[in-house]
Design a protein around this ligand. Structure first.
Ligand SMILES: NC(=O)c1ccc[n+]([C@@H]2O[C@H](COP(=O)([O-])OP(=O)(O)OC[C@H]3O[C@@H](n4cnc5c(N)ncnc54)[C@H](O)[C@@H]3O)[C@@H](O)[C@H]2O)c1
Length: 435
């Protein structure tokens, strides 16, 4: 099938490469000329495990191409995916500006009957707006589809290739048939393709992210309570997670959720509720609990080093909002760094993937280390912010030797409290006893 994907960010690039890998002819378009120039040379704008070989192979074999001409991309397609950003506007609602710009061009340049798929996360009712934009100049019939994306950065290729489910909001048998066809290779193991109306598909995406964010904020609050009351959240997590009604996933406390999706989607959902007179009190609380949680690591650093942090040096492991990605949007590290810098702390940070993005955001306000051990040199404490695999089993004797004093503040509960005690490390984590 001839497919075009508009927007080659975290979502669009993964979608385009995976569709090409399954034999489709895919044209990916973006207005960012530099991105497209680099992609043509197989230089990826993002860090996403497993993506580079897919881009390289499919480009080489002629199934994947990149262009800045949306006109060419639209003209060549039977199915066009809109995968541009939907950042929050000033009022918290998702900004549809880019989506609608693309919809206008689809109407202008289409040369045959086609399916117009919204892959971007958009509020309920957006498909109608997309349809109205396309219709303004369309000379051929078109069929709308809302196909929200559930991939996780860091596992995006795997998630797209083997999804738990595919959600398709359609309103015509044509769109249903074509989209079933597009996704058939990805659900051969029997995972469901859930066909529904468009509004429900749009809502499903927000409800999924709202639920996941709720679990995180809930567990963060339980962990904070454990801290105060002498309980250990590790036991509590396992104790509740083994209940099949609850399950084990998304119960790990941490320094607050970040990334490009949860913060903006929770905001947009609250805004949607407000706009139609349905207060979403649970989600409002989820959001304020998360804002509070982003300050928890600073409080832990104060517990470890004393109230006055002026002149201290901190080694920071992890800048990305989570492991497996270079994405720094709304990362907990940014809140921590801003507060520590304000208090006169100097920082040396390491991240295996996000250092370049951090440099673009923070410049030389902090130092950057080539290795995680190098970051420790002369620091008063190590703060672990992101749960990269390489931080899970460090050489603790080396860590102790490099630090000025053996202090670790662990925002991801990576280390065993008892082991830290035995090693003589002063250790503070989230919702567990200190050592
Ligand atoms: N990142 C995720 O993990 C994830 C997961 C699921 C859904 N989503 C949703 O998918 C959408 C895209 O997210 P992302 O993280 O890939 O965003 P991104 O910011 O990484 O990429 C968006 C891309 O769209 C391009 N673009 C903007 N306007 C354009 C236009 N008019 N024409 C062509 N290209 C244009 C930008 O240059 C950029 O390359 C958002 O709605 C997001 O909420 C993201």
């Amino acid at each position: 099938m001839n497919i075009s994907v508009i927007g080659t960010g975290y979502v669009g690039l993964v979608v385009g490469a995976c569709l090409a890998e399954n034999g489709n002819n895919v044209c990916c378009a973006d207005i960012d000329e530099r991105k497209i120039k680099d992609l043509r040379k197989n230089i990826l704008p993002i860090y996403e495990p497993g993506l580079e070989p897919l881009v390289e192979r499919n480009q080489k074999e002629g199934r994947l191409s990149f262009t800045t001409s949306l006109e060419d991309a639209i003209k060549s397609a039977e199915v066009v995916f809109i995968a541009v950003g939907t950042p929050p506007g000033e009022d918290g609602a998702a900004d549809l500006k880019y989506v609608l710009q693309v919809a206008t061009l689809i109407g202008r340049f289409m040369v045959r009957e086609m399916v117009v798929v919204t892959k971007s996360t958009v509020p309920v009712g957006s498909a109608a707006k997309v349809g109205a934009e396309v219709a303004k100049e369309a000379k051929f019939p078109f069929h709308l589809c809302s196909n929200p994306e559930f991939l996780k950065e860091g596992d995006a290729v795997e998630d797209f290739m083997r999804p738990d489910r595919v959600v398709l909001g359609v309103e015509s048998p044509y769109a249903r048939r074509v989209m079933n066809d597009v996704y058939a290779p990805f659900v051969r193991t029997g995972k469901p393709v859930l066909i529904m109306d468009i509004a429900s598909a749009e809502m499903t995406k927000y409800a999924a992210n709202g639920m996941l964010a709720t679990r995180i904020s809930f567990m963060n609050e339980i962990a904070n309570l454990c801290d105060k009351m002498g309980a250990n959240v590790d036991f509590v997590r396992k104790g509740i997670g083994s209940d099949s009604r609850i399950g084990q996933s998304f119960l790990f406390p941490g320094p607050g959720y970040g990334g490009s999706c949860f913060p903006k989607d929770v905001k947009a959902l609250i805004r949607m509720g407000g706009a139609c007179g349905v207060p979403l009190d649970v989600l409002s609380a989820v959001e304020s609990a998360n804002d509070r949680q982003k300050r928890v690591l600073v409080e832990k650093v104060r517990i470890a080093l004393g109230k006055d942090l002026k002149g201290k040096r901190i080694a920071l492991w992890g800048l990305a909002f989570k492991a497996g990605t270079d994405d720094m949007r709304e990362a907990a590290s940014l809140t921590l760094i801003a507060t520590l810098l304000d208090e006169g702390v100097s920082i040396c940070a390491h991240d295996p993937a996000a250092a370049d993005h951090a440099r673009a955001l923070l410049g030389n306000r902090i130092d950057y280390a080539e290795t995680n051990y190098e970051a420790l040199s002369g620091a008063d404490a190590l703060v672990v912010v992101t749960d990269w695999n390489e931080y899970r089993h460090p050489d603790f004797e080396r860590v102790k030797r490099a630090l000025r004093q053996p202090v670790i503040v662990d925002g991801r509960n990576l280390y065993d409290v008892e082991k830290m005690r035995e090693l003589g490390i002063r250790y503070h984590s989230i919702g567990r006893p200190s050592a």
